[in-house]
Design a protein around this ligand. Structure first.
Ligand code: ADP
Length: 261
């Protein structure tokens, strides 16, 4: 209950913090780069000095580039939610994953018919699926099976009441299941935490599931993880189901995108 709130706040906090710091760094790097530029243009520099200045300048410019990327991350590009044929998108991504995950991972699809369309930003949904697939792969170093399933579910008010932050209603569910190591309860409890990772340095950022969490929330959905050590993990991504074709046409005719709740 409070965990979910804390999670949203953390995501918010990280965005704010990153944005704030990146802004300060921008100013500092601006001063450093400006001064190095002046130094470099001094007449009569020793070749050795010129070399040192060039190196420092190069590093500062690299820092500025990194900083730009941080700012872009913190700004968190507003999502572009639209009606998506979820099954078609999943099939397309699965094909890509089958190729990129390696031969030891068998990718399976289990798509329910007529699940309708879901509301989400397609690029972000692809990213979320990819993050989840990479986690699944990492949990199956000896190889295994990755199943992506879709179906519809109606969550009633009772369900919403016991799952704080969850709205009742029609959802398209994307279910990503692996036959990997599974998560110990203490890992599962922290899995959504930004920067929480059990992977070695350079392998994990601890941001994959945070991204999935934030994406689901911003799409008006939510995400749940079921995991058992030694058996594997299932991640359920709930996205709001949009109105059926006829209702959808009315929406289209009015020229308005269905707004996010
Ligand atoms: P990262 O993958 O960079 O570590 P994530 O936020 O995606 O960051 O995941 C956090 C942690 O949750 C992982 O380090 C791992 O311990 C655990 N985890 C995530 N997905 C799975 C999975 N499918 N199976 C087992 N553990 C997982």
């Amino acid at each position: 209950i409070e965990d979910q709130l804390r999670q949203s706040q953390k995501m918010e906090a990280i965005g704010q913090l990153t944005g704030g710091l990146a802004h300060d760094f921008n100013n500092l790097l601006g001063v450093i780069i400006g001064n190095l530029d002046l130094l470099r243009d001094q007449p009569g520099n020793e070749p050795e000095t010129a070399d040192i200045i060039d190196q420092a300048l190069e590093a500062a410019l690299r820092g500025a580039d990194l900083n730009r990327r941080l700012l872009a991350f913190a700004r968190r590009q507003p999502l572009q939610p639209q009606r998506i044929d979820i099954n078609a998108l999943v099939a397309r991504v699965a094909k890509l994953l089958a190729r990129t995950l390696g031969e030891t991972i068998e990718v399976r699809l289990s798509l329910a018919v007529d699940i309708g369309t879901g509301l989400a930003d397609p690029t972000q949904l692809e990213r979320a699926l990819t993050n989840l697939a990479v986690n699944a792969r990492d949990a199956m170093p000896q190889g295994g099976r990755l199943t992506i399933a879709t179906h519809n579910v109606v969550l009633d008010a009772d369900y919403a009441a016991v799952n704080q932050g969850v709205r009742g209603g029609d959802y398209v569910v994307l279910e990503i299941t692996d036959s990997g190591t599974g998560m110990a309860p203490e890992v599962l409890a922290r899995a959504f935490e930004p920067f929480f990772t059990t992977k070695e340095v350079g392998k994990g950022t601890g941001l994959g599931l945070s991204m999935v969490f934030g994406f689901a929330k911003q799409s008006g959905g939510h995400v749940k993880i079921y995991s058992e050590v030694g058996h594997g993990t299932t991640v359920r991504l709930f996205l709001p189901r949009t109105a059926d074709e006829t209702a959808g046409n009315t929406t289209a005719a009015s020229g308005k995108e269905t707004p996010l709740p």
